[in-house]
Ligand binder design. Structure first.
Ligand code: ADP
Ligand code: 5GP
Length: 215
């Protein structure tokens, strides 16, 4: 079975970070691509685990060196996915979970065409705002920017293969886990499919000969 990037996008506050964390806890066939950002760390975040926190100069220099598979300006900060992160996880045989915005998803799906794109929706607008406020990480200006980009991001939903509503966390994580299972069964992802079918056909031909001989 061949591994693929699993791209999760959503309006800020809909719960993709929480979902990604829970998916990684439940499944050993998933790895997380840690992104780079110029945004400041939130109180509970640590460098190298949640993000690689870079200065703007360091980010632009890495971009100049072509280290990013995609990068984008999101809510006024720069974010980017490192090629080496994605390739390391895929080479280890795991699917790569990424939490990226719609601009990044579009670029990444162009580079890794086997990507699976999942858009996560909040149950409704009131819940989204409540979750953003409850997280307590945004100033009023930042909240305003995030709601404006939420409206713009929703317009890109048709680019995604699947839509999952994050109502109850357990159900939403279960739904995305099922998507991974189903995608694993895609004909194009099955390892040695031709060889395995060849063996099956040879076996069936042998059985057929036995039946014909004994009749
Ligand atoms: P995002 O990464 O999409 O910006 P987060 O994962 O940070 O969103 O979630 C925003 C807030 O909503 C967090 O405080 C998180 O604990 C909470 N949250 C996420 N999913 C749910 C859910 N299904 N039910 C209730 N609260 C949730
Ligand atoms: P936050 O600042 O809340 O962690 O993330 C803000 C937005 O940036 C979210 O929509 C998140 O998906 C997106 N994001 C996080 N990492 C990346 C990345 O590497 N590339 C892109 N394009 N967006 C990212």
């Amino acid at each position: 079975m061949s591994s693929f990037p699993l791209i999760l996008s959503s309006p800020s506050g809909a719960g993709k970070t929480t979902i990604a964390r829970e998916l990684l806890r439940r499944r050993t066939d998933l790895g997380y691509s840690v992104s780079c950002t110029t945004r400041r760390p939130r109180p509970a975040e640590s460098d190298g685990t949640d993000y690689f926190f870079l200065t703007r100069e360091a980010f632009l220099a890495a971009r100049e060196r072509n280290e990013f598979a995609e990068s984008a300006d999101v809510h006024g900060d720069l974010y980017g996915t490192l090629r080496r992160e994605v390739d390391r996880i895929l080479a280890g045989g795991q699917h790569v979970v990424m939490d990226i915005d719609v601009q990044g998803a579009r670029q990444l799906a162009g580079v890794y065409q086997e990507s699976v794109l999942v858009f996560i929706l909040p149950p409704d607008s009131r819940v989204l705002l409540e979750r953003l406020k409850a997280r307590g990480t945004e100033s009023t200006g930042s909240l305003d920017r995030r709601l404006k980009s939420a409206i713009a991001e929703l317009e890109a939903i048709r680019m995604y293969h699947y839509v999952v509503v994050n109502d109850a966390l357990d159900r939403a994580v279960g739904a995305i886990s099922e998507i991974v299972d189903v995608e694993d069964m895609r004909t194009s992802r099955i390892a040695r499919l031709g060889e395995r079918i060849g063996e099956l056909v040879a076996g069936l031909e042998g059985e057929l000969k036995n039946i014909q001989r004994s009749s």
